[in-house]
Design a protein around this ligand. Structure first.
Ligand code: MG
Length: 231
């Protein structure tokens, strides 16, 4: 299989640039012929899932505020912070683009499990199970996703587990910073042998892309999907 491309937080690095994790960035990714578009998901205090990377918006902590407070916050491009529901509805318009949902870790297993349940519920409600894949730095979140819904594709981000360890935990792939693959040059082929997928982030240099591709990586996640498409 040829190395495929995933837009990191949507395709926002346009000219002029739009906001990361915005609906516009997702729409831009839909207009490229790529595998998928990645985005970050957090939960408000009252359990609404929103698409936003940082735990803080200015001095406002996402997880400590109710959605009513968060819903009018503006992204750099003037959009309001999207909910996961908004995002999946938009994503559904182009079924050929995979939606790579990153669930951000929380410092409570209980809350992480709640986040997992709510995310699965929305994916089912919108019937986008086969169009979505999940990623997380939290091993608990990854394991919980598979426990709740074994058919979902789940990939681990944190870079500290070998392909064999990931296989033993029942996950589908490794999605690591590219330096992890440089430090462990056997991991791509080991993962392949085990039937796991490999993805590297955030690959923003063409030379690194070419090197990983030569080593047979399945996916790269990048801020420059338009440029890597032409390589
Ligand atoms: Mg992310």
């Amino acid at each position: 299989m040829q190395t495929q491309i995933i837009a990191h937080r949507g395709f926002w690095k346009t000219n002029p640039a739009t906001a990361e994790n915005s609906i516009q960035a997702l729409e831009n990714a839909q207009n490229l012929n790529i595998y998928g578009s990645e985005f970050d998901v957090r939960m408000s205090k009252d359990g609404v899932l929103i698409v936003y990377h940082d735990e803080y918006y200015g001095t406002l902590e996402i997880s400590k505020n109710i959605f009513k407070v968060l819903e009018n916050l503006e992204l750099k491009n003037g959009e309001n912070i999207p909910t996961l529901k908004n995002y999946l509805e938009k994503g559904k318009e182009n079924p050929s683009l995979k939606l790579m949902i990153e669930l951000k870790p929380i410092n409570s297993k209980f809350k992480e499990n709640d986040l997992v349940q709510k995310a699965i519920q929305l994916v089912k409600e919108l019937q986008v199970e086969s169009q979505t894949e999940f990623i997380s730095f939290s091993l608990n979140i990854c394991k919980q996703l598979k426990k709740e819904e074994p058919d979902l594709k789940v990939h681990y981000l944190n870079g500290d587990l070998s392909p064999l360890e990931i296989k033993e935990k029942g996950l589908d792939g490794i999605d690591y910073h590219y330096s992890a693959f440089m430090k462990n040059p056997t991991w791509i082929s080991e993962a392949k042998t085990l039937g796991l997928t490999t993805n590297a982030w955030t690959v923003n240099e063409i030379e690194i892309f070419k090197l990983l591709r030569k080593q047979g990586i399945d996916f790269v996640t990048t801020d420059i999907p338009d440029l890597l498409l032409n390589e």
